[in-house]
Ligand binder design. Structure first.
Ligand code: CMP
Length: 139
């Protein structure tokens, strides 16, 4: 049974390029409620921890360097079928394969600098949300 929450980050490329507002507009228009949100910056250590599941992949070093290179906006989002619907809204990991109307089609630059993160399962949505937010910060 799907839970109703997912976790997202607006990544350093999209923050630097002034796309926070445009991305939040699309998230709101798609019917997601923002349960928690903060702008912050990950240290290389924290970015490494967040993406530890990818530590054996060849792009891990590049991913950690990029995700700690600037500010990010982290948020927990609520909607029926949140994980799956949010992944549809953001589009394919590689923007070259993302469908028209998706966030990555509009804002992503490349597979590495791909504007947003979205959780891939209910279990990871919970883990990733807890990585950034305490119970007092979720509304
Ligand atoms: P994200 O959804 O945040 O989860 C893992 C990230 O790894 C992914 O988005 C991409 O930004 C990144 N990634 C995946 N494949 C590659 C790749 N081949 N080269 C660089 N980064 C990648």
């Amino acid at each position: 049974m799907a839970t109703n929450r997912t976790f997202t980050m607006i990544k350093p490329d999209a923050v630097e390029n002034g796309h926070i507002g445009g991305i939040l507009d699309k998230i709101n228009a798609a019917g997601f409620r923002i349960v928690a949100m903060k702008m912050t910056r990950l240290s290389t250590q924290k970015a490494g921890e967040f993406y530890a599941v990818h530590s054996a992949r060849p792009f891990y070093g590049e991913l950690v360097e990029f995700m700690s290179s600037g500010h990010i906006v982290a948020a927990i989002l609520e909607k029926t079928n949140a994980v799956e619907d949010f992944r549809k809204l953001i589009g394919a990991t590689n923007p070259a394969n993302a469908e028209e109307g998706t966030i990555r089609k509009q804002y992503a630059e490349s597979i590495g600098r791909n504007a947003v993160h979205g959780s891939d399962s209910d279990e990871n949505a919970q883990i990733e949300g807890d990585f950034f937010f305490s119970g007092l910060e979720k509304f």
